[in-house]
Design a protein around this ligand. Structure first.
Ligand code: GRF
Length: 203
């Protein structure tokens, strides 16, 4: 099942996908990893297992539209069935998100619709939330607002810091992102009228 992964940073979610596919738990073929930052550590993770990589520096483009167009061309040469955003820190144009409607996923470190945007762990602590977590969702043109597929949560302890909370949430991310990707690769997960549907066909 051909997929493309987009990253900007460490790529620990990418690593979770690589590991599960190497272990035969996830039947995906990561055709390429694309980063908007040339120094993203995730690119090394990909290269280590022989996955082609592309660094597409957004600063080299005169507009958001021009960058997204180049990104789309880079992606589409591989004809992926799914585009996986894994810590890709760029706002995408409506043209781009429409092109991949129903076939692009993102992972966001909050219990959406709470805490869209950045700095979610500190914001959850500051808001005195009892729990916090992570969401996998289909990407729509509005930031962090697409149909939610699956969420996982953890308790916020009284002595919790943004960094301890981030660690706990990351561990959850590495469980639920491969799971959602697995569902999609089994053709069980679809976006219908703006809502995520999971087909309950027994595995
Ligand atoms: C994760 O926290 C993810 O939820 C967010 O960006 C971070 C990426 O982490 N969208 P990594 O690069 O996969 O380690």
């Amino acid at each position: 099942f051909p997929v493309i992964v987009l990253i900007s940073g460490s790529g620990s979610n990418l690593q979770a996908l690589i590991d599960q596919s190497l272990q035969g738990k996830l039947d995906i073929d990561i055709k390429a990893v694309i980063s908007n930052k040339a120094d993203a550590f995730g690119l090394e993770r990909a290269q280590k297992v022989g996955i082609p990589t592309h660094a597409l520096d957004h600063k080299a483009f005169t507009s958001r539209e021009a960058f997204d167009e180049a990104l789309q061309q880079t992606i589409d040469q591989y004809q992926p069935k799914l585009v996986i955003l894994a810590g890709f820190m760029r706002i995408l144009t409506e043209t781009f998100t429409k092109h991949y409607e129903g076939r692009m996923l993102n992972i966001h470190p909050s219990l959406l619709p709470k805490f869209k945007g950045l700095d979610t762990h500190q914001r959850a602590i500051d808001a005195k939330e009892q729990e916090h977590g992570v969401s996998v969702h289909f990407v729509s043109s509005e930031l962090d607002a697409g149909a939610v597929i699956v969420q996982a949560s953890t308790k916020i302890e009284t002595d919790e810091t943004a960094s301890s909370l981030a660690d706990k949430v990351h561990a959850l991310e590495h469980v639920i992102y491969p799971l959602a990707v697995k569902w999609f690769s089994e053709n069980r997960l679809t976006l219908k009228y703006g809502t995520a549907h999971l087909d309950d066909t027994p595995l």
